[in-house]
Design a protein around this ligand. Sequence first.
Ligand code: ARG
Length: 461
Amino acid sequence: NEGALWGGRFASGPADALARLSKSTHFDFRLARYDIAGSRAHARVLHRTGLLTEAELEGMLSALNRLEEDVLSGAFAPAHSDEDVHGALERGLLERAGQELGGKLRAGRSRNDQIATMGRMFLRDHARVIAAGVLETIDALVAQAQAHPEAPMPGRTHLQHAQPVLLSHHLLAHAWAFTRDLQRLTDWDKRAAVSPYGSGALAGSSLGLDPQRVAEELGFTEAAWNSIDGTAARDVYAEFAWVSAMIGVDLSRISEEVIFWATKEAGFVTLDDAFSTGSSIMPQKKNPDVAELARGKSGRLIGDLTGLMATLKGLPLAYNRDLQEDKEPLFDAVDTLELLLPAVSGMIGTLVFHTEKMAELAPRGFALATDIAEWLVRQGVPFRVAHELAGEAVRVAEARDVELWDLTDEEFAGISEHLTPAVREVLTTFGSLNSRSSRGGTAPSAVAEQLQELDRQLEPL
Ligand code: ARG
């Protein structure tokens, strides 16, 4: 078992089937940069403790630098005999620093605390990239809202016309969801900023190393307070996977709407050519593939989360080799979101809204019935009765196949003496919109305030 990180107690090397099963370099080598950063911090802590001389430290750091350059340039890559990223990099270090010096670095650390730390470093870096992508998506939504501050559209529940709302209000509803996703990433980072380095295999180190120094050098705020937890816990990974899945679901929700809006039947939007695709047979087709891929890939992100959770369930403390399975779902989640976010934000930012069509449809389908009921309440009618009377107005209009504003004064009066011609003041889209002016409502004035508050909440993110 030449070159392996273990082997002293074994008379023979691993079976070929085991070696193939065990191997993880084809995915974990992308953590190499982080493992080398950890090695540098570890070398310094060994030196501070007196386990490396000044000259040895310098030799070690220079070998690590050369190794890093070779990793980045591709000159150094995992060999067939390397089990994982740690084994490969140890081989690379020994080749550069020599057996004697290179062999000193492994003192006081274990692949168990290394890998737990590398994963956190990787995720923290990518959380920033993903946060920037989410912020771009929010910016695209806000820009579209600002470009259409007073365009009405049909507000729906159960996908049925419910009440008119402003397009800006609707778009900002998505922006709020993405803002919470951003807040989640920021909040997650507090828990991810704890370094497991120094936890050793599970029990800590006997060499008097200083985990706090290592933590700070690697950009963490503090070192783990429990070495068993440090090496075995993956809840921070699972939380990241959940936030990723949630971002995926939020991307999927708006994508589903874009797909619907782009249908001939709705005709609310035209997709930009740069963010739509054609058909190999139907020359006229313009397809919302970006939105569909977002909807599809959200399923994949949910799979990454559930796969990881299933791996963690039932694991006893501390490290178990099952944990090698934690990396691929996380890499997949990160890669998926980093691919998806720029495409979705680009698609949203370039949508052309057909505001006349939307405004025309906004009050239709008796979407102002609630306004009649609430107008009656303001005249002193109990809501139970008002709801009944407005419902009767819908029944009369539906029977005649007209909208509520087409009813005659006589028809209104026939339903109730309370339904005087003055009710017509709420039977327009803007009569309805303007009346919903309290906090969170869809009136233009309330949406303007909402935008300011959203800005305020985005400030620290
Ligand atoms: N490659 C392993 C992982 O990804 C780390 C190695 C720990 N192996 C071990 N036998 N303790 O989790």
